[in-house]
Every structure is written in structure tokens, then in C-alpha cells.
Design a protein around this ligand. Structure first.
Ligand SMILES: COc1cccc([C@H]2O[C@H](CC(=O)N[C@@H](CC(=O)O)C(=O)O)C(=O)N(CC(C)(C)C)c3ccc(Cl)cc32)c1OC
Length: 334
């Protein structure tokens, strides 16, 4: 339909690389996944927009799942780069209402839970590793759980006994923690602090000090501790991908995960993260997209990056033993 074509245009504008990945999906769930992504992007845009007055933001987050059924609802007061999905939300929600009921129920339930979780963290960022897991569950783990429900309810993935809520949650946490680790400088520059205080306060008095050269040793120690925490999810990621049977679902799910392990490896013990953005090169990303076609190749990709991290672990790093343990545990699964 023309409405769906417009939605794919929105997807292309909000995330070129993810647009390419969704394009590969089985036609049975392609539209549902495109709309799921756009609806989540709209919700995330509300949460991210610091110009929206607090009480209005809380109302929007708690009501969001109902806007899916509010025919003409749009939000024109956002100044975010992704405001296009809010200003044209009525186009997205119209297509959403044409989806099969089983997909609509999954998407609206995830939005309701995510909105509630975002409200819970609207006044304070995660203070501990436990709160970081809780926050990441709300903004990313629920996405993994929602995607898994779409895969299984579509009939494309039948052995859903292995695709449990817990390991689906881990896929989201692995991606979100990698983004939080990678985006240290961008977030701190916007006064957004996702690195838990209980961790960074072991190394410095103020998280901004990590960008000062005289604190680069402490910065690296904190960075390596957070990367070690993220690596604990790798075994769930590999177990999840091992249980996928549909080829297009496999690629759609595996590509972001291999990007994440490559990003974590680039970030490990890398002081450049505190004064610039550490991203994998375009060429490497394209290679990874083409390589992540089956579980054997994905295990080899993970082994390659886990080995590169292992060779860079230095004995004087306080997390060295824990990092080695997580890397070896992950390598055993691969
Ligand atoms: C089984 O679970 C999944 C299977 C496949 C893909 C994703 C996951 O991958 C993208 C991949 C993506 O969107 N990558 C970005 C690159 C970047 O963010 O740097 C992009 O391509 O723009 C991603 O990052 N997020 C955002 C969250 C991490 C918050 C979940 C995301 C947002 C909405 C949806 Cl429907 C899906 C995803 C899954 O979710 C875990």
C-alpha cells in the first residue's frame, strides 16, 4: 500500500543500515517488523527529547501504546532529528492498525511495558550494574522479547522453547550496553550518564574526568570493566542464534550482534573513546553483514573478535582476570 511505502521511506530516513537489514526479512513479518521499529523509534524519540516538559513527557510515555489506536494522533512539538516519525505518526499507526491482530497485540504490549520502564528511569539514570540491566531491559531487552514473539507467532520460528524471554532479553542488553559503552563522549556532552555511578566512582570523583589525559588509566579501567560486563551476554547470543531456523530471521538478528562484538573489540582498552567516536569502519561493517549468514560463520566472527580482546588483556588491569574468564566462557560456546 502507499501508506506502507511511506513507512519504509521513514525507516530509510531514520536508519539506513537497519532498512537494508529489514529488507532481507521474510515477507510474512517484514511489514510488522518495519512498523515495530518505527513505533519504537517514535517512543525512543519522546524519551530522548530533552525539550519536552517533564510532566508532558510522562503523560506521552504512559499513553503511547494507546496512540497506536488514536486515528489522527501526531506529535509536532519535538525538535529531535527523528521527529519525522512523531510528526507523521498517524501514517504509521494507520498501517499498524492494518496488521494481523497477533502482531498488533505483541507490539502494543511491548510499547506499554517500555513506556512504563522509561517513566521509572525518567528522573535518574542507572546507578548500579543491576539498575543498568533493568534500564536496558526496558529500552532494549523488551525489543528482543518482542522480536522473538513476532518470529514465533509468524510461524517462521517453531522451536520457540529455546528462544526464551531471558535469552531474548540478553540480545537487547548486548546491543544496548555496547551502544552505551561506545557513546560515552556523545552522551556526556549531552549531560546523559548511562555509565553506572557505582562503577565509575571507583575510579574518579566525576565521570567527566575520563576525558582528561591525567585520568586516562582510570578511564580505561572503567571502560574495560563495563566491556567485561557486556561480554557476559555472549553465550546467550550464540545460544539464541543457534536456535534460529529461518535464514532471513537469522541474518536480520545476527547482523546487529556481530556489529556489536566488533564494536566492543574496537572499544576495549581504547583511550580514543574518551575524546572521539570509536566506530567500526564502513568496509568492515559491510564485510560483517555479508559474512553473518549462518551459525558456523557467526561463531567464527565472534571467536575472531574474542581472541583479539584476549590478546589485549593486560595483567595490571583490575578486571583482567574477570575479562579473561568471560572471554574464555564465550569462546567455549563458539
Ligand atoms: C531479537 O532481537 C533483535 C533482532 C534483530 C534486531 C534487533 C535490534 O537491532 C537494531 C540494530 C540497529 O538498529 N542498529 C543501528 C546501529 C546503531 O544503533 O549504531 C542501526 O542500524 O541504525 C537495534 O539496535 N535496535 C535498538 C535496540 C538495541 C534498542 C534494541 C532495534 C530496534 C528495533 C528493533 Cl525492531 C530491533 C532492534 C533486535 O533487538 C535486540
Amino acid at each position: 500500500s502507499s501508506g506502507m511505502k511511506t513507512c519504509y521511506e521513514f525507516l530509510k530516513k531514520t536508519s539506513r543500515s537497519f532498512y537494508a537489514v529489514i529488507e532481507m526479512l521474510n515477507p510474512e513479518i517484514k511489514d510488522a517488523m518495519c512498523l515495530f521499529y518505527l513505533v519504537l523509534r517514535a517512543l525512543d524519540t519522546v524519551e530522548d527529547d530533552m525539550t519536552i516538559e517533564k510532566s508532558l513527557k510522562i503523560k506521552l510515555l504512559s499513553q503511547f501504546h494507546k496512540f497506536l489506536y488514536a486515528e489522527s494522533w501526531n506529535f509536532t512539538k519535538s525538535c529531535s532529528n527523528d521527529r519525522i516519525v512523531l510528526e507523521n505518526f498517524s501514517v504509521i499507526s494507520k498501517e499498524f492498525r492494518h496488521l494481523n491482530k497477533k502482531y498488533r497485540e505483541i507490539i502494543s504490549k511491548i510499547c506499554m511495558k517500555m513506556g512504563k520502564g522509561m517513566i521509572k528511569f525518567s528522573n535518574s539514570s542507572p546507578q548500579s550494574l543491576k539498575e543498568l540491566d533493568e534500564y536496558c531491559h526496558y529500552v532494549a531487552g523488551l525489543v528482543g522479547i518482542g522480536c522473538t514473539s513476532l518470529f514465533t507467532s509468524s510461524g517462521l520460528e517453531t522451536n520457540n522453547i529455546k528462544l526464551t524471554t531471558d535469552i531474548s532479553n540478553s540480545l537487547g542488553l548486548f546491543l544496548q550496553k555496547t551502544n552505551i559503552i561506545r557513546d560515552y563522549l556523545e552522551d556526556v556532552n549531552q549531560n546523559r550518564y548511562f555509565w553506572p555511578k557505582q562503577v565509575w566512582s571507583k575510579y574518579v570523583e566525576n565521570i567527566e574526568y575520563f576525558s582528561k589525559p591525567e585520568f586516562s588509566r582510570e578511564a580505561l579501567q572503567c571502560l574495560n570493566e563495563l566491556i567485561t560486563n557486556a561480554l557476559a551476554h555472549v553465550s546467550d547470543v550464540i545460544n539464541y542464534l543457534s536456535a534460529i531456523s529461518d535464514e532471513s530471521v537469522f541474518r536480520f538478528t545476527a547482523i546487529p550482534q556481530v556489529m556489536a562484538i566488533a564494536t566492543l573489540e574496537r572499544c576495549y582498552n581504547n583511550v580514543l573513546l574518551f575524546n572521539g567516536v570509536v566506530k567500526i569502519r564502513k568496509g568492515e561493517a559491510i564485510c560483517l553483514m555479508n559474512e553473518a549468514t549462518n551459525i558456523t560463520k557467526v561463531k567464527l566472527i565472534f571467536m575472531r573478535y574474542l581472541n583479539k580482546i584476549r590478546y589485549r588483556i593486560t595483567a595490571r588491569d583490575p578486571s583482567a582476570i574477570q575479562t579473561m574468564r568471560e572471554v574464555e566462557r564465550a569462546m567455549q560456546i563458539c
